[in-house]
Design a protein around this ligand. Structure first.
Ligand code: ADP
Ligand code: MG
Length: 358
């Protein structure tokens, strides 16, 4: 069942297009993330759903109802912003009640709903404190309660954890995930943090320059990025530009501009009929294996030298410079080589034809 739908939505600000024809279908109860670099149009997209912006073209629907002419306060959505924007002169309870009082709700109803919202974020014992007396994480929970008190069916979150330091951020991610499970609401979260999106979301839309590059669950996005941009943005990857040299029913042979021959397993290989088409091969650092002597197979096996070895606790990060001058980033579990080779050692890097994408 669909909860939020965007159909060919555009948003132009003074001649600058921030959102370029976005199609999105977000299901009821889903934790959906919009992920992309700063300035790609994430906040604008969220504001179009909230009703703070109206589309220059296209349509926004919530639960099947056209929303283009419905003002924000009449939409069944509420937004939690990155800057919590709590009122410092009001207590926690008054902050949460603020919106309801504007709506002229009866006093006892307001109290009941504020209590419930604070309970949902485990802040019921803090109702008489002022924001300055709370930690960053607690302030964030109050901001959540302030949105929940309106009983939205869709909760919009714009970089909700962006103002928190690393450790607190990790803790709040767990809380956000629990909250989503407890409430059963649709969450639409905007973030530029790929790890956050991967760990929290049911599905992710990756955005670049006002467009959606790919929508998928975290595994699909990570394992099968559809474009080099997605591969590069979601985790580390090694990218090689090249041209298609040959294709059969299941494999592509690509010659990189530096002259390396790469073989890529691809289920839709025969659709790439046009030879010498420009392509990009992506190989994840953790998919690359290294050996000191030449391996048996020469497929996707390239000779080079170690440039850097960095020990990262559970993993070792290595940079290999191939004979062609290409640089490879390699990530190995720390027990993969019983002894770390010295920099400048000659090594062979290789990967399976199923472990790279084009
Ligand atoms: P993100 O949230 O991904 O960082 P935004 O949606 O905030 O990106 O912005 C996308 C683009 O739209 C940017 O180039 C930004 O400058 C522009 N933009 C956003 N809001 C406005 C506005 N109210 N007026 C003019 N330009 C805007
Ligand atoms: Mg933003």
């Amino acid at each position: 069942e669909l909860d939020v739908e965007l159909r060919k939505v555009f948003k132009v600000f003074n001649g600058e297009t921030a959102v370029r024809g976005i199609d999105l279908k977000i299901r009821r109860g889903e934790f959906f993330s919009i992920l992309g670099p700063s300035g790609c149009g994430k906040t604008t997209t969220l504001r179009l759903v909230a009703g703070f912006e109206s589309p220059s073209a296209g349509e926004v629907l919530i639960q099947g109802q056209p929303m283009n002419h419905i003002p924000p306060h009449r939409r069944p959505v509420n937004t939690v912003f990155q800057s919590y924007a709590l009122f410092n002169h009001l207590t926690v309870a008054e902050n949460v009640a603020f919106g309801l009082r504007l709506k002229k709700l009866k006093g006892t109803d307001v109290e009941e709903r504020v209590k419930q919202a604070l309970k949902q974020v485990q802040m019921e014992t803090y109702s008489n404190r002022f924001p300055a007396q709370l930690s960053g994480g607690q302030q964030q929970r109050v901001a959540l309660a302030r949105a929940l008190v309106n009983r939205p069916t869709v909760l919009l979150l714009d970089e909700p954890l962006g103002a928190l330091d690393f450790k607190l951020r990790k803790e709040m991610q767990v809380e956000l995930s629990n909250l989503h499970q407890d409430l059963g609401l649709t969450f639409i979260m905007v973030t530029h943090d790929q790890e956050e999106a991967l760990s929290l979301s049911d599905r992710i839309a990756v955005m670049e320059a006002g467009k959606i590059e790919q929508v998928g669950n975290p595994t699909e996005i990570y394992e099968r990025p559809r474009t080099p941009f997605v591969a590069n943005f979601i985790g580390d990857t090694n990218l090689f530009k090249g041209r298609l040299h040959a294709a059969d029913s299941s494999t592509l042979q690509i010659i990189t501009s530096s002259g390396l021959e790469m073989v890529v397993q691809s289920p839709d290989a025969k659709e790439w009929a046009s030879n010498s088409k420009e392509m990009v091969v992506s190989v994840r650092p953790e998919k690359i294996r290294l050996s000191l002597s030449p391996p048996n197979s020469t497929v996707n096996c390239f000779e080079g030298r170690l440039k850097h070895v960095m020990y990262l606790g559970t993993h070792v990060h290595l940079v290999v410079e191939l004979l062609t001058g290409d640089r490879l980033t390699v990530m190995l579990p720390n027990n993969a080589m019983n002894k770390l080779p010295e920099p400048h050692t000659s090594v062979y890097a290789r990967w399976a034809t199923t472990d790279c994408i084009a």
